[in-house]
Design a protein. Structure first.
Length: 62
């Protein structure tokens, strides 16, 4: 396992954990209608879509 491969594996794991964290944050932001937080997520390249037809199902895309 070279250092490069190890770094890539760690980065992938961090992205996975970060993605889960962003999803949770986005769900809370939508529930509380926290516009500044939604704007902040948007600024970091995360688009938060609220699907009103299916209730409170959020989708976070990088």
């Amino acid at each position: 396992f070279s250092q490069g491969q190890q770094f890539i594996a760690q980065t992938a794991k961090l992205r996975q954990v970060g993605g889960e964290l962003v999803k949770t944050t986005a769900q809370v932001a939508i529930q509380k209608q926290d516009q500044p937080l939604l704007d902040l997520l948007g600024r970091f390249g995360f688009t938060v879509k609220e699907n009103s037809a299916k209730g409170s199902e959020e989708q976070v895309n990088e």
